[in-house]
Design a protein around this ligand. Structure first.
Ligand code: PMP
Length: 414
């Protein structure tokens, strides 16, 4: 069964034709960031060429058109994750989105002294450190839920932690180290039934599977445009409308207010409605336009098809790694995982493996993947080599990768 017309898709990505060290590029570093199709590049260029102006303030024609392009992008991107336009705040990326969520809760008094924030050992540092900081500022505590040897969440420990009645549950949808998919719908349901707000880090899920924030029933959902064919410097934070209305914007400034009044040395601001109250300052309009085009591109392919294609490739990738008898981290069956695969070759460091693959044109990532607590828990304190797939990857690339890795293994042994 042909899910995607991959050879057609690859023509949209000029970089995939490049030679690296004289070899055909094989790009397996998609969990770090993804390549861009010409449609996205053209949308960004078109914006700068034809309708560039600042948004939300001007009455002149270009200003109106730029504002329209920005708000149209919000409609497209919010619909992609099942949200309403006013529930989507544009941010720089996932990291800024999670910080925005954390500091909003702090600024609104929804995290205060003695409160508990629950997160997990499988988080990217970007869904850990903002909570550490906010907990410290509020005098709140952190509880880090355990994972098992395969990198799956320990649901027993999660239940125990929930019984301590946290104010916030912050969890990743998909691990950027093992590809493990968490049962976020169940997690948010449990969080709510214990009175907590539920944040889902969607950096590794939104690019690879259909997302419906209403079905997940998340209060916050964070994601990055650059990991889903969009430009760098644009991402989003979904905030459930009822919550967004209650939240105090933590980073105030121009463009976020309906009124500012100063008496003597004291000023009062009235905020605009969400999402604008969270978007003070000039936003990345070109980025939003590019991300909207990326989302259109993904929609045309179908996210279900994208997910199936990647599952098929992931299955094959796991098979070749098993045949090569390298150490694989995370679950071996593709049921509850996506196409991020961590491994190590005996006798070589992850960086050595990545450098040797690079000489053959293959780009993977190596190291701790900004998830030190997890790689330590998995027994890989030096980190792992990580191959991560996307919609433009092929089985032939995986076979080539397997042949190169076999050579590398032999060199390591000799
Ligand atoms: N969370 C997860 C699960 C990630 O994989 C990443 C990116 N590696 C991030 C957060 C941070 O994303 P960004 O650097 O785009 O903010």
């Amino acid at each position: 069964e042909i899910l995607l017309n991959v050879s057609g898709i690859r023509k949209d990505f000029p970089v995939l034709e490049k030679k690296i060290h004289g070899k055909q590029l094989v790009y397996f570093d998609n969990a770090a960031t993804t390549q861009k199709p010409i449609q996205v590049l053209e949308a960004v260029e078109q914006f700068y060429r034809t309708i560039y102006a600042n948004v939300g303030r001007s009455v002149h024609e270009l200003g109106l058109r730029a504002t329209e392009a920005y708000e149209e992008s919000r409609k497209i991107v919010s619909a992609f994750i099942g949200a309403m336009p006013d529930e989507l705040v544009f941010t720089k990326q996932t990291t800024e989105a999670i910080n925005l969520a954390a500091y909003s809760l702090l600024a609104s008094g929804m995290i205060s002294r003695g409160d508990l924030i629950l997160t997990t050992r499988m988080e990217h540092h970007s869904n850990l450190l903002p909570w550490v900081r906010v907990a410290k500022l509020a005098g709140a505590r952190l509880r880090i839920v355990n994972v098992d040897e395969e990198g799956r969440l320990d649901m027993g420990d999660f239940d125990k932690a929930l019984a301590m009645r946290p104010r916030v549950v912050a969890v990743t949808h998909v691990s950027n180290v093992t590809g493990v998919v968490n049962p976020v719908k169940e997690i948010c349901r449990e969080a709510h039934s214990h009175g907590a707000v539920c944040l889902v880090d969607g950096a590794q899920s939104a690019p690879h599977m259909p997302i419906d924030v209403k079905e997940i029933d998340a209060d916050f959902f964070a994601f990055s445009g650059h990991k889903m064919l969009g430009p760098m410097g644009i991402g989003g934070l979904y905030i459930r409308r009822e919550l967004a209305e209650k939240l105090e914007p933590p980073f105030p400034g121009g463009g976020a207010i309906s009124l500012v009044e100063c008496q003597e040395d004291n000023c009062n601001a009235e905020w605009l409605h969400a999402p604008h109250k969270f978007e003070a300052g000039t936003p990345n309009v070109a980025g939003a336009v590019g991300l909207a085009r990326a989302v259109e591109y993904l929609k045309t392919l179908g996210m279900g098809e994208v997910e199936e294609h990647e599952k098929m490739l992931t299955k094959r990738l796991l098979e070749v790694l098993e045949d090569l008898e390298v150490k694989i981290y995370g679950p071996l069956e593709v049921k509850d995982r996506l196409g991020v695969v961590s491994f190590n070759v005996e006798g070589l460091t992850p960086h050595e493996v990545a450098s040797m693959l690079d000489l053959e044109g293959i780009a993977i990532r190596s190291g701790h993947h900004c998830a030190l607590p997890l790689v330590k828990r998995l027994g890989a304190p030096m980190g792992t080599a990580r191959a991560s797939l996307y919609l433009y990857n092929t089985e032939e690339e995986i076979e080539y990768f397997a042949r190169v890795l076999e050579k590398i293994k032999k060199i390591a042994k000799s």
